[in-house]
Design a protein around this ligand. Structure first.
Ligand SMILES: [Fe+2]
Length: 159
């Protein structure tokens, strides 16, 4: 079980690093100032999540490097397809939100599982840190849902 937890943590570490690399480009491609601000805000938050995972790595006494989260790689690749398939504008924004919410949900699943593993293993500090990030991901997802209401309505108006 401990091994499974470490494996999940490595996966999340790789996923967060990939997101830090991808978000600036995605934010730049957005037209809505609210969306851009939300994405850049989440970029900063994500950098904090990387640091938090490094702290968790110190607690469990393992380096979290050396693994590639293939799932997140795929989710982000789909996100960059949006940039190829759409022109800058509100329809692209709607597609970007959809892609980013996939990222958040993928992360929520990973952090939720890892937190439960940590709890089960009696590693309360690790569980609490994972829960902090899980809350941030949930908030980011909610924020995107809120922004999508306006963006989708506008995209519909434009046909
Ligand atoms: Fe994250």
């Amino acid at each position: 079980m401990q091994e499974l937890l470490i494996d999940e943590l490595k996966d999340l570490y790789s996923a967060e690093k990939q997101i830090v690399r991808a978000l600036p480009k995605i934010a730049k491609a957005a037209s809505s100032p609210e969306l851009q601000e939300a994405l850049l805000g989440h970029l900063e938050e994500t950098k904090g999540q990387v640091v938090r995972l490094e702290k968790i790595g110190e607690i469990v006494g393992k380096k979290l490097t050396g693994k590639t989260c293939v799932g997140m790689k795929g989710v982000l690749e789909e996100g960059s397809e949006v940039l190829e398939d759409t022109d800058k504008g509100v329809v692209r924004d709607a597609a970007l939100i959809s892609a980013c919410q996939r990222v958040e949900h993928y992360e929520m699943a990973g952090y939720g599982s890892a937190r439960e593993f940590a709890k089960l293993l009696g590693q309360t500090e690790v569980a609490a840190l994972l829960d902090e990030t899980l809350s941030e991901e949930k908030n980011a997802d909610k924020k995107l849902s809120a922004i999508s209401k306006q963006v989708n309505a506008e995209a519909k108006r434009q046909g």
